[in-house]
Structure formats: structure tokens, C-alpha cells
Ligand binder design. Sequence first.
Ligand code: PAF
Length: 297
Amino acid sequence: MIELVAPEEMRSWSRRQRAEGKRVGFVPTMGYLHEAHLRLVDRARKLADVVVMSIFVNPLQFGPGEDFERYPRDLERDRAAAAARGVDCLFVPAVRDLYPEPPVVRVVPGPLADHLCGPRRPGHFEGVLTVVTKLFHLVEPDIAVFGRKDAQQAAIIRRMVEDLNFPVAIHVAPTVREADGLALSSRNTYLNPDERKAAAVLARALQAAHQRFRAGTSDAATLCQVVRDTVAHEPSVRLEYVEAVNPRSMAPVAQASSETLLALAAWVGRTRLIDNIVLGEGIGADEILASGAEERD
Ligand code: PAF
């Protein structure tokens, strides 16, 4: 595995691969890698000839008072995990490499950021789109893979790529979960043992709504209430929002269908977690880490 820091070296490496006829797959991350990141690498490997992973904790997507400073970082461990999973090129620019000056021109997400995390994290998706644009311009990938846990992020990036004609195909890989359903996230590391146990209520709440949907309830307000009622059983968990939305536009729906995304954010102590399901699918056995099953589209 080659490791690059300088943006221009990244671009030259990628161009050399493409000149040799190789398809470049890209997995952008903020590091502190876990199995969900590594499954994105597996997906990229299937779709491309070489895989680039970036590790960059992007200050632009953190608001004032958010966890930019304390976001977990461990480059040595990440380097070993990425190499073991077959990453060909690890791109680890410093903040000064990507932002020699504070960026003045940024990419705005528009109405896809009007719901869910958008209003609760002002500027977050603008920061994500701006850094993803820069990374796409440096890596020039043929395909890029994102995780469905961040469904709103993936939808907004997909829309940016369509609207602005980026020559890259976006793939979204399933959420990976612990045996009790908790979605893998670098931020889970903030949880103390009691919080970690309590956090499993989020997946249980989404599953409870999924069961109600399967039993014939399509009223979105009722399904959201099922989530609220389930989470209320864990007093240490505070639901920030739960919404049923169209998976492409992120606009709320009144009547849920099997493609509806049911998404939530919640605070477990000082840690903010997000999770979601597609109502027609719920949480598949193949998402659960312990089952070790294959990913799917
Ligand atoms: O999902 C993430 O880890 C980040 O938002 C991303 C896409 C790497 C941009 O910083």
C-alpha cells in the first residue's frame, strides 16, 4: 500500500492508474476505521481495479461546539487495517494541504439538507460536499462508495454528482451492525459501558416501527411515534428527531411505502448517533456483524 499526503501526488498516482487502463475505486473516510469502513473497501474492490482510501477529519463539516477536536484518530492502526484489507493507496492529507486558505467558494446542498440532520447541523452538508468535491477532483475515481448509515449524506452526494456532472458512479453499501443492532460508528467509541448498552435501543426502535409497517400501518406519524415510544424506555437516550422521508429527496412523507427511509438522531450522554432503515427492509440479518454475511446492493 502506498501512502500519499500531497494533493498533487494523489492526482498523479490516480492518473497513472487510469493511464494503465485501471478503474479507480474510492472510499473517503475520516479514519478510526471499523468493519463498516472496511466493507466499503470490499465493495470498491469488487467494482474497481485499484482502491484509494482517504483519511481526513474535515474541519469544515463540524459546527462550533461539535467534536472536531476530540474526534478519534489513530493513523497507525488505520494504516494497518487499510493495508490488511487490500487498500492500494492511502491518502492522508493534512488540513493545510486541503485548505491552504479557508475556502471561500463552497458547494451548497439545497433542499436535500432541509430535513433530518440538515437543520440540526447548520453548514454540515456544505462542509461534506465541499470536501468530497475536492477529494473527487484529486482522486478522480471511477466509482466511490459510501455507507447507508449516513443515508442523507449519500443522497446529497449522489444528487451533487448528478446535478454537477461529476464523472463518478456512487455506490451505497449497507449499514454494518453489532450483534445487538447498534450501527457501527467511530463515535461509538465515546460511549461508556452503560451508554453502549442503552444505545442498542435505537436499532430496536427502528425494528419496532418496521414490524408495525409490516403489520399494515403506513401512517408515517404513527410509525415515528412507535420509535419515540420505544426510545422512551431508555431514559438515558434522548431522541433528537425521527422522520419518515423519501430516500432520494429527503422530503418527509405522510404515508410510508416500502422504499421510505425512517431516520433518527439521538443523544446518548454527550454522544450524538444516527441510524435509519428502509421500511421495506428493516434490519437485515446480513447487516449484523456477528453473522459475517456478505454485503448487498
Ligand atoms: O462520512 C464521512 O466519513 C465523511 O462525511 C466524509 C464523506 C469522508 C467527508 O468528510
